[in-house]
Ligand binder design. Structure first.
Ligand SMILES: NC(=O)c1ccc[n+]([C@@H]2O[C@H](COP(=O)([O-])OP(=O)(O)OC[C@H]3O[C@@H](n4cnc5c(N)ncnc54)[C@H](OP(=O)(O)O)[C@@H]3O)[C@@H](O)[C@H]2O)c1
Length: 339
C-alpha cells in the first residue's frame, strides 16, 4: 500500500501557512506479527497543534522538522496480525496526519460508540467536549444568574462552553471575529449576546453587554481580548485559561506583553487558573454521558465545519486559525469499509 503523510517542512514564522507543511508519499512496510493497520477516516486539525510547531518545551514535545504532524482522529482497522484487534474496529484518539498508521496496541485510543455519529468523538464527545465540561463546570463552577464571557465563542470549545453556561442558568456573552458569526452565536445557539472583537469599539461594547460585570471568563485566546475582559470582573470572579490562540502570530510566546492585571486580581479576589484537558481524561466517560444527554434534549449542538480530502489538512488547519469555522473543523478522508 502506498500512503500519504503530512510533515512539518519548516517552523512557522508567526501564524502557520500551508507552505510550512509538506505532503509526502511512501510505501507502507509489511505488517509484522502483533501489528494492525488503521486507516484514517476523519481528523480534527486541532488548534493545540500550533504550539507544537514551535521549538522548545510546551505541554507536549514539539514536532521536529520532517516529522508527521499529529492530532485527534477517527480510524478504522483494515488489516490485522494482532489477535486482540479485529478488522472493522473503529478507534479514536491521537493519530498522525497520515492516511494509514501501523500500530501494535490500542493504548491511548478509545473505541467509537457505534450508536453515535462517527465524528462525535472529534467534537462534542471528544476532547473538546471534555475541555468545555471540565473547564466550565469543574474549574469555574458557574452559578445561576452569573455572567459568563467566553472567547472564540463560535469555535468548538467556545460553542460548547456558551451552551453549557446557558444550561446552568447563566447569562452568557460571547466574543468572536466578525458580525455574522456574532449574530449566529446568538440566534442559532442561544447565547444572550455576542460581540465582534475586530470592531473598533470592542472593549466599550463588551462593557455595555455586561452591565452587571463578569463572574467567569473562559479564555480561549489571551492577548488584547483578555485585557478587555479583566477590568469587568466582579469580586470572586473566575478566570479560566483554556487557550491562547491570539498569541499564535507571535514568533515567541515569551514576548506576549499586555496589561498587568495584578491589582484587579488582588482587589477583586479573583481566581485565575489554567488547565489541560489531558489531566482530566479519566472524566471522559462521565462528560460524554452528560453532554450526549443535553444534546439529545436539544439543548446542546456542535456543528461541524467539514473540509473534504486528506491533502487539504494544512489548508483546513490554517483556515481554522483564521476563523473560517463555526463549530468543530474536521477533515473527512474516507468512510469506513466495514460499518
Ligand atoms: N486547555 C486545553 O486542554 C485545551 C483543549 C482543547 C482546546 N484548547 C484551546 O481552546 C481554544 C479553542 O480551540 P478549538 O479547537 O475549539 O478551536 P476553534 O475555537 O474551533 O477555532 C479557533 C478559533 O479561534 C479564533 N481565533 C483565531 N485567531 C484569533 C485571534 N487572534 N483572536 C481571537 N480569536 C481568534 C477563530 O475564531 P474567530 O472568528 O472568532 O476569530 C477560530 O475559529 C484554542 O486556544 C485551543 O488551543 C485548549
Amino acid at each position: 500500500v502506498r500512503s500519504r503523510s503530512i510533515v512539518l517542512r519548516r517552523r512557522p514564522n508567526g501564524l502557520p501557512v500551508t507552505d510550512d507543511f509538506e505532503l509526502v508519499e511512501a510505501q507502507l512496510p509489511a505488517l509484522g506479527d502483533g501489528a494492525f493497520l488503521a486507516r484514517l477516516l476523519s481528523i480534527g486539525p486541532d488548534a493545540g497543534v500550533v504550539s507544537r510547531l514551535r521549538e522548545g518545551a510546551n505541554y507536549r514535545a514539539g514536532i521536529a522538522i520532517g516529522e508527521v504532524i499529529g492530532s485527534n482522529g477517527v480510524a478504522e482497522v483494515i488489516a490485522t496480525r494482532n489477535q486482540d484487534v479485529e478488522v472493522g474496529r473503529l478507534l479514536y484518539g491521537p493519530f498522525g496526519w497520515r492516511e494509514h498508521e501501523i500500530r501494535e496496541s490500542v493504548d491511548g485510543l478509545f473505541d467509537v460508540d457505534p450508536a453515535r455519529p462517527l465524528t462525535a468523538p472529534l467534537g462534542l464527545l471528544g476532547l473538546h467536549g471534555l475541555t468545555a465540561y471540565v473547564g466550565l463546570l469543574e474549574i469555574a463552577k458557574p452559578r445561576p444568574g452569573e455572567t459568563v464571557v467566553v472567547s472564540a465563542a463560535a469555535g468548538a470549545v467556545g460553542l460548547i462552553v456558551g451552551q453549557l453556561a446557558k444550561i446552568h442558568g447563566c447569562r452568557v456573552v460571547g466574543i468572536t471575529g466578525g458580525p455574522e458569526k456574532a449574530r449566529r452565536v446568538v440566534q442559532e445557539f442561544g447565547l444572550d449576546a455576542c460581540v465582534d472583537y475586530r470592531a473598533a469599539e470592542f472593549p466599550a461594547q463588551l462593557s455595555e453587554l455586561c452591565p452587571e460585570g463578569v463572574d467567569i471568563y473562559f479564555d480561549n485566546v489571551g492577548g488584547d481580548i483578555q485585557d478587555a475582559v479583566v477590568p469587568l470582573f466582579n469580586s470572586f470572579g473566575r478566570f479560566v485559561i483554556c487557550g491562547r490562540i491570539a498569541l499564535t502570530r507571535l514568533t515567541n510566546m515569551e514576548l506576549d506583553v499586555g496589561r498587568r492585571d495584578y491589582n484587579t486580581v488582588l482587589v477583586k479576589e479573583l481566581r485565575k487558573e489554567g488547565f489541560l484537558v489531558y489531566s482530566h481524561l479519566h472524566r471522559l466517560r462521565e462528560a460524554q454521558e452528560h453532554l450526549w444527554r443535553w444534546h439529545s434534549e436539544g439543548r446542546l449542538e456542535l456543528p461541524e465545519s467539514i473540509v473534504e480530502g486528506f491533502e487539504r489538512l494544512p489548508e483546513a488547519f490554517v483556515g481554522m486559525l483564521a476563523g473560517e469555522n463555526i463549530g468543530r473543523r474536521i477533515v473527512h478522508i474516507a468512510d469506513p469499509e466495514h460499518r
